[in-house]
Design a protein around this ligand. Structure first.
Ligand code: PBG
Length: 335
C-alpha cells in the first residue's frame, strides 16, 4: 500500500474535472442561491420617491410605498429577507435619538406596510441609534463617552417598538455590552417569544461603512469615530468571545461585518459555534465593485458572484448585500 492516499500525476490530473461546464457544476462544493441573500433597503419620506445615493451608484433611498414594491420583487426573486434602514430628516434628530422610539418612524411605517402586504418574506430591523442621533453615534453620548447601560435601555425600547410594528428579525448593530440579553429578556416578558435576533456579533470599526453613512445621513453628523464600541480591526480571538456572549444571551443568528476583509472571522465563527452565521457585504465593498466596474476595470457581474460565493466558501449561511436583487437575477440566468 502506498503511504499517501492520493495518486500522483499523471494518474491524477486535476484539470479533468474542470474541463466541461457540467463537470464543474457537478463537483462544485458551494452554491450561491437567492435564499442566501438578505437585501438592505434605505427608506425616505414621501410617496413614490427615489433618491440616488452618490457614494452607492445603483442604490436609492425609497419611500415606504416603494419598499413594499421592493419586498414584492424580493419575493419573486426568492430573496427571503429584507433589512430596512431609515434616512431620518435632520429636524427629527436629537441627542437621545428618541425618534427611534416613535411607533410612526420610517422603519415602523415601512415594516407595517410590508406586513400588511402579506408577503412571504422576513423583515429585519436594525437596532442602533445612529440614524436618529444628532451626534451620529449608535448609543447615548455624555461628555464624549458612549454610555453602555443607558444606551441598552434605549435599544431595548427601540427593539420593542420595531417588533410591535411587525418586525421578524431584530438585528442589533450597536455593539453595546449586554444588549442581546436585555433585548431577549424584554421580548420574552412581552410575549414575543418567536422574534428572531440576528446579532451583529463581530462588528469592526471599519472604514468600509463610509457610503452607508451618506445613505442614512449620519456621515455629516458623526462626531469622532466608533472605536470605543466597535471592534479593533486587528483582533480575531475577541470576535469569538463576542459571538459566544451573544449566543449565550439569546441570539438565534450571528453576523460578521464587514464581509470580505473578515472572511477569516466568518470561518472561525462557523467552525467553533456551528450556528447560523451571516456576513455583511457592506456599503464600501459594494461601492468598490461598482466604482471599478464603472471605470471598466472589472466585470461587475462576475465580481458580484465571486465575492458572494466566497462568503459561502468561508462558511456563511447567508449574506447581507446591496447586490441581492442583481445577484438573484444573475443566479437564475445561470441556471
Ligand atoms: C448602524 C449600522 C452601520 C451599518 C449597518 N448598521 C454603520 C455604522 O456602524 O457606522 C453599516 C452598513 C454598511 O456599511 O453597509 N449601526
Amino acid at each position: 500500500m502506498p503511504t499517501d492516499r492520493y495518486q500522483h500525476f499523471p494518474a491524477t490530473r486535476m484539470r479533468r474535472l474542470r474541463r466541461t461546464e457540467w463537470a464543474r457544476r457537478l463537483v462544485a462544493e458551494n452554491v450561491l442561491t437567492p435564499s442566501d441573500l438578505i437585501w438592505p433597503l434605505f427608506i425616505t419620506d414621501g410617496k413614490n420617491k427615489r433618491e440616488p445615493i452618490s457614494a452607492m451608484p445603483g442604490v436609492e433611498r425609497i419611500s415606504v410605498d416603494l419598499v413594499v414594491r421592493a419586498a414584492e420583487e424580493a419575493c419573486q426573486l426568492g430573496i427571503p429577507v429584507i433589512a430596512v434602514f431609515p434616512f431620518t430628516d435632520p429636524s427629527r434628530k436629537t441627542d437621545d435619538g428618541r425618534e427611534a422610539l416613535n411607533p410612526d418612524n420610517l422603519v415602523c411605517r415601512a415594516t407595517r406596510a410590508v406586513r400588511e402586504a402579506k408577503l412571504d418574506i422576513g423583515i429585519m430591523c436594525d437596532v442602533a441609534l445612529d440614524p436618529y442621533t444628532s451626534h451620529g453615534h449608535d448609543g447615548l453620548l455624555r461628555d464624549g463617552v458612549i454610555l453602555n447601560d443607558e444606551s441598552v435601555e434605549a435599544l431595548v425600547a427601540q427593539a420593542l417598538t420595531q417588533v410591535d410594528a411587525g418586525c421578524d428579525i431584530i438585528a442589533p448593530s450597536d455593539m453595546m455590552d449586554g444588549r442581546i440579553g436585555a433585548i431577549r429578556n424584554a421580548l420574552e416578558k412581552n410575549g414575543r417569544k418567536d422574534t428572531l435576533i440576528m446579532a451583529y456579533a463581530a462588528k469592526y470599526a471599519s472604514a468600509f461603512y463610509g457610503p452607508f453613512r451618506e445613505a442614512v445621513g449620519s456621515a455629516t453628523a458623526l462626531q469622532g469615530d466608533k472605536r470605543t464600541y466597535q471592534m479593533n480591526i486587528s483582533n480575531a480571538n475577541e470576535a469569538l468571545r463576542e459571538v459566544a456572549l451573544d449566543i449565550a444571551e439569546g441570539a438565534d443568528m450571528v453576523m460578521v461585518k464587514p464581509g470580505l476583509p473578515y472572511l477569516d472571522i466568518v470561518r472561525r465563527v462557523k467552525d467553533k459555534f456551528a450556528v447560523p452565521t451571516f456576513a455583511y457585504q457592506v456599503s464600501g465593498e459594494y461601492s468598490m465593485i461598482m466604482a471599478s466596474a464603472e471605470r471598466g476595470w472589472i466585470d461587475a457581474d462576475k465580481a458580484i458572484l465571486e465575492s458572494l460565493t466566497s462568503f459561502k466558501r468561508a462558511g456563511a449561511d447567508g449574506v447581507l448585500t446591496y447586490f441581492a436583487p442583481r445577484a438573484a437575477k444573475l443566479i437564475s440566468a445561470l441556471r
